[in-house]
Write a protein that binds this ligand. Structure first.
Ligand SMILES: Cc1cc2nc3c(=O)[nH]c(=O)nc-3n(C[C@H](O)[C@H](O)[C@H](O)COP(=O)(O)O)c2cc1C
Length: 298
């Protein structure tokens, strides 16, 4: 697979994803959403990232969020991908479940989480998922990834950051479970690792899987760098192709450098404009950047 547009000089190749609320209420693709993403491909982006996409209506963060919980969603996503491909752009989709980090007015269903503790932001008390339900949600992530594959999407990004459901399992502050998904880090990682292993079984060995993970003080409020290093090592062993560290605003390249020491796969950070020497130093370590809105204010 060639990526001729990704490596051309002096160009912005990709922007951080932004939830648009442009999908239809049933999670299907609207013409407005197609136009929005295709405009980026037309404009010359080498990599178009389709924003957080719900694997289950219960995990929606916004009312008109794109969904991939049904085979009926495949055709619409394929339209976006086929159009972007015409302009030589590659396309990825972020797979996401918000868990407790949303609102029942949006989901229309009672919220769920690793444990029955409310998010300080959203306040609603979620139901603790039964062990069987946890396996059910793992399957929903795997099925959604399979639908991406069917829609010719070029890569999937599993959203394990922002205090969303996967983060709610990873973080000892949020996860109070006593089954095989709670307790020590090995158990807390199980949810994410089973998702990755399940996806890898469904798609080609070469199919890129990216994981977006919180930084040490991310919304989960509490991984140590040692814990993050252990998690990313396991992700690499499970077949993940790149890690995106979802940092707070600020120059956190030092964190990416620390994480990079634990893995051979590329590490991506949200990029601020750095002095050229720093940028080249990061790239030489296979640490890459994605531009977010902040570029415009720099
Ligand atoms: C309206 C809005 C929607 C966003 N949607 C997503 C999303 O779907 N997935 C995601 O990973 N990040 C999302 N983000 C986070 C941005 O991609 C970006 O990482 C964040 O805004 C930090 O960059 P900034 O400081 O330049 O805003 C969103 C941010 C905003 C403001």
């Amino acid at each position: 697979m060639g990526f001729p547009k990704l490596l051309s000089p002096n160009k912005i190749e990709s922007l951080e994803p932004m939830g648009t609320n442009y999908a239809n209420q049933d999670g299907s693709v609207s013409q407005r959403l197609i136009d929005y993403h295709v405009a980026k491909a037309k404009g010359g982006f080498g990599f178009v990232i389709i924003e957080a996409t719900a694997v289950d209506p219960c995990g929606k963060t916004i009312a008109n969020q794109l969904g991939l919980w049904s085979n009926e969603h495949i055709a619409g996503v394929k339209k976006i991908v086929d159009e972007c491909h015409k302009y030589g752009s590659k396309v990825s989709v972020q797979l996401c479940h918000a868990g407790r980090e949303t609102n029942a007015l949006i989901t229309d269903i009672h919220l769920v989480s690793s444990s029955a503790t409310p998010s300080p932001k959203c306040l609603e008390i979620p139901s603790e998922l039964t062990t069987e339900e946890v396996y059910g949600i793992i399957q929903k992530f795997v099925d959604a990834a399979r639908r991406c594959w069917d829609a010719s999407v070029d890569a999937v990004e599993v959203h394990a950051a922002y205090g969303y459901l996967i983060d709610q399992f990873l973080s000892s502050r949020m996860n109070k479970r006593v089954d095989e998904f709670g307790g020590n880090l090995e158990n807390r990682m199980r949810f994410l690792l089973l998702i990755i292993q399940g996806i890898r079984q469904q798609v080609d060995n070469a199919y890129p899987i990216i994981v977006r993970i919180s930084d040490e003080e991310g919304s989960s409020g509490g991984f140590s760098i040692t814990e993050i290093s252990t998690i990313v090592r396991h992700l690499e062993d499970a077949g993940v192709n790149a890690i995106l560290v979802s940092t707070r605003p600020g120059y956190l390249a030092y964190l990416a450098e620390k994480i990079k020491k634990s893995v051979k796969i590329p590490v991506i950070i949200k990029f601020l404009l750095l002095p050229l020497a720093d940028t080249l130093n990061l790239i030489s370590q296979r640490i890459f950047g994605r531009l977010a809105r902040r570029i415009w204010s720099n």
